[in-house]
Design a protein around this ligand. Structure first.
Ligand code: 9MG
Length: 356
């Protein structure tokens, strides 16, 4: 049996709450209560809501480690020359260099157009541009490595040459190698290094940050009736195992980012529960990346709005994610998201400014 810690009851500011609130992951959010979720195997057996004040007296070693993760500051991540601060939310812009539809962020005439779109996202305030050459939408088919490299490498080369911080969205070691050679300085692997067993070693050797994303099933079939006993608990435990596997392969913990994989083997109810409880993942001590932009759950909640009309829903999820302390938000619509997050940031800064 073990107990997982889910921060909740967020408060505007710590003023006047000495010892009764804690700061979430060194960011802009403070919480006043913790849900203690007792777990046997992968199943929740009970839950208890307790105030932050005095909670540490109840901790065993495992809970203390989670608490240190929940409340410790996240150091900046380094993408080559670029330092990305994680004490405030950042935006990762999506460039899909796929011959796919607009809904997946693709449909660029050529690599030059894709690189220009990426550069424009960076100018609009995206800290990182994530370049992918294989669609991982539900039902998508795998792409041959050679084709994927041909799609992403020229875009990455151009973007990196202009000084942009670039990550590559791929599951394949050969694509990772080609992308790093072209100038990518981060790997975003939706398989969390389960697809290609050569990935972990090469990432360790390159010393670049990696995003480990939760998923259930393969993209081809992942939306065929996904099931969980407890979505939050299972994602937490799964990511914990993937972090341990990455560390065993030589990847330094401070190079690991985690992502709950919104929509990857999850139905609408799973995605909503995940967003409401996202902050539990800070207990793993790694920065959180979250991508809900234009995803199907938004359509399901809005009369089946098509993907290119899901900006308002995407913004709602982006704001929810930063309320839960997510550090990096992966989006298609960069200027709109940057503006929404700047307004959110202004509100937080105001609440955190002491009155004299
Ligand atoms: C490639 N890709 C598509 N959706 C994603 C998500 O939610 N997170 C990350 N990290 N990558 C994604």
């Amino acid at each position: 049996m073990r107990t997982l810690l889910r921060p909740t009851a967020f408060v505007d500011s710590p003023f006047g709450h000495d010892g009764k609130v804690a700061r979430l992951a060194g960011g802009l959010n403070w919480f006043s209560a913790v849900e203690l979720i007792r777990v046997e195997g992968r199943t929740r057996t009970s839950a208890e809501l307790v105030p932050v004040e005095g909670v540490e007296a109840r901790f065993d070693e495992d809970m203390q480690t989670q608490w240190d993760g929940l409340t410790g500051a996240r150091p900046a991540v380094q993408l080559g020359e670029r330092t990305i601060r994680l004490d405030q939310p950042q935006v990762m812009g999506i460039i899909n260099a796929t011959p796919d539809s607009f809904s997946d962020g693709g449909q660029f005439a050529d690599s030059g157009a894709a690189a220009e779109a990426g550069a424009s996202m960076a100018a609009d305030g995206a800290a990182i541009i994530d370049v992918g050459g294989e669609s991982t939408r539900p039902g998508a088919k795998a792409v041959w490595e050679g084709d994927e490299i041909g799609r992403v490498a020229p875009v990455i080369r151009q973007l990196a040459a202009s000084g942009t911080a670039v990550s590559v969205d791929t599951r394949k070691a050969d694509v990772m190698t080609a992308a790093l050679e072209a100038g990518a300085r981060m790997i975003n692997d939706v398989s969390a290094l389960t697809y290609d067993d050569r990935g972990a070693g090469l990432i360790a050797a390159a010393g670049v940050p990696v995003v480990l994303m939760h998923h259930q099933g393969a993209p081809e079939t992942m939306q065929d009736d996904p099931r969980y006993d407890d979505v939050l608990v299972e994602i937490f435990l799964w990511l914990e195992e993937r972090i341990a596997a990455a560390e065993d392969a030589g990847i330094k913990r401070d190079k690991i980012l985690i992502d709950p994989g919104f929509g990857f083997g999850k139905n609408v109810a799973h995605n909503l529960e995940l967003m409401n409880g996202l902050a539990i993942l800070h207990g793993l001590g790694c920065p959180i990346v979250l991508g809900a932009s234009r995803k199907r759950t938004i359509g399901a909640l809005s009369g089946e709005a098509p993907a290119d009309q899901r900006l308002p829903g995407s913004l709602a999820f982006a704001l929810k994610a930063v309320e839960q302390g997510a550090q990096i938000i992966r989006v298609h619509d960069v200027p709109e998201t940057v503006q929404a997050l700047r307004v959110w940031r202004g509100l937080r800064d105001q609440a955190l400014t002491p009155r004299v």
